[in-house]
Design a protein around this ligand. Structure first.
Ligand code: NAD
Ligand code: ZN
Ligand code: ZN
Length: 396
């Protein structure tokens, strides 16, 4: 089959690889009909390069049709249309039962000291072949796969695999409730949906921050008060001005470690990702070279006693944090990979029968053949051509 594979820093390619097969009784093989590109893939493309090997199949957002199942899989059968959650979870361990599927104790990558295995996400997360391919083997398919209720277009349900539960968890963790003020830092696909989730939960005011005109415009058109980082010198003051001088009740960092705004960290990251892999891994883990500007904005924008909710991915170990400000403001910080299966039943229900409370139907700006994925990575990274969300057709 054809699959998108990582080649070297900043280079991916389409290659012929072996077809996946059922290896364990709890596996299924899914033939993908849509697979999306995520901000998390961009970290693999460059910053996390030291953790990848040539030939790794990327991608963790997929929807398709079950082709074959192992003997222990009973809730889905060949022919069923399903969404594939990006974290691989068993559904029965203590973590899964507590709604912490991204920490699943059955699939934890203990050798690397990490949580649940993830599709297409480096050896740190189990080196599981990803979804940007014609087919994918799904471990723990009996619990993981979400069977779809109706035949709405792929994009209506595709984001249940990652960005919709991620956005939903982000605003739940931010403590957003009716009347709250919410600020979303970063209006990529995750931030767009987080803003919509906050509105759905009844936030009195939703503020969105980014620097890309099309992303700001889409959010503004959906009723978000936008702040353009390129126009406003002090974003946190602007958030205070919009919240009676108080700061937002809950702030979501939907940017992560590749934030714009810290040239020194940018130079450090660039240097790291061209070092030999073992050296670069050590540097990434120990020296705290992440770009924290979005997180600092989030902290400064939160009201006293408020909550910072981090959905953007961070990778370093020893990041200098504004601890004085965090302590003085008595902040609550929540974070982590989305516990996808914790939220999919509820969200699936909210999307059934064509309902679209989150604007998923017009989030995708580009549907492209998988063969065009190498150029699409570059377009998404550079935010060219009005690109907000890319979905690939794995059959062409
Ligand atoms: P994206 O890269 O398209 O979105 C990031 C957005 O942040 C961009 O629009 C960018 O212009 C904006 N931005 C950059 N620097 C900024 C700054 N200083 N201030 C304000 N905005 C800034 O990617 P995405 O797909 O929306 O993902 C966003 C983040 O969420 C990534 O870090 C991704 O890895 C992470 N993510 C986490 C989970 C999870 O389970 N926690 C799941 C999916 C994605
Ligand atoms: Zn993703
Ligand atoms: Zn589990």
């Amino acid at each position: 089959m054809r699959a998108l594979t990582w080649q070297k820093k900043g280079e991916v390619a389409i290659e012929e690889v072996a077809d996946p097969v059922v290896e364990h009784p709890t596996d299924a093989v899914v033939r993908l009909t849509s697979t999306a590109l995520c901000g998390s893939d961009l970290h693999l493309y460059t910053v996390l390069a030291p953790y990848l090997s040539k030939g790794d199949i990327l991608g963790h957002e997929g929807l398709g049709v079950v082709e074959s199942v192992g003997d222990a899989v009973s809730h889905v059968a060949p022919g069923d249309r399903v969404v594939i959650p990006f974290n691989i979870s068993c559904g029965t361990c203590r973590m899964c039962r507590a709604g912490l599927q991204s920490q699943c104790e059955t699939t934890q990558v203990t050798a690397e000291g990490k949580g649940a295995a993830l599709f297409g996400y480096t050896r740190l997360y189990g080196a599981v072949p990803g979804c940007q391919a014609e087919r994918v083997r799904v471990p723990h398919a009996d619990y993981g796969l979400v069977k779809l209720a109706d035949d709405a277009p792929d994009e209506h349900y595709l984001y249940l695999s990652d960005i919709l539960p991620t956005a939903w968890q982000a605003v739940q963790y931010a403590g957003i409730e009716p009347g709250s003020t919410a600020a979303i830092i970063g209006l990529g696909p995750v931030g767009q949906l987080a803003a919509a989730c906050a509105q759905h939960l009844g936030a009195g005011k939703v503020i969105g921050v980014d620097l890309v005109p099309e992303r700001l415009a889409r959010a503004a058109a959906r009723g978000v008060h936008t702040i353009d980082v390129n126009q406003v010198k002090d974003v946190a003051s602007a958030v205070h001005d919009l919240t009676d001088g108080r700061g937002a009740d809950g702030v979501v960092d939907a940017v992560g470690m590749e934030a714009h705004g810290n040239p020194i960290a940018h130079a450090a990251i660039s240097a790291t990702s061209s070092m030999p892999a073992p050296l670069a891994r050590a540097a990434t883990e120990r020296f705290g070279i992440d770009r924290l500007s979005a997180l600092h904005t989030a902290i400064a924008s939160t009201r006293r006693g408020g909550t910072v909710s981090i959905s953007g991915v961070y990778g370093g170990m020893a990041d200098p944090m504004p601890m004085m400000q965090m302590f003085d403001k008595q902040l609550t910080v929540r974070m982590g990979q989305a516990n996808v299966r914790r939220w999919t039943d509820e969200l699936h229900g909210l999307l059934a029968n064509g309902a679209d409370p989150f604007g998923v139907d017009d989030l995708r700006t580009h549907r492209l053949p998988l063969s065009e994925a190498p150029a699409a990575y570059e377009m998404f990274q550079k935010k060219q051509d009005g690109c907000i969300k890319v979905v690939f057709d794995p059959t062409s």
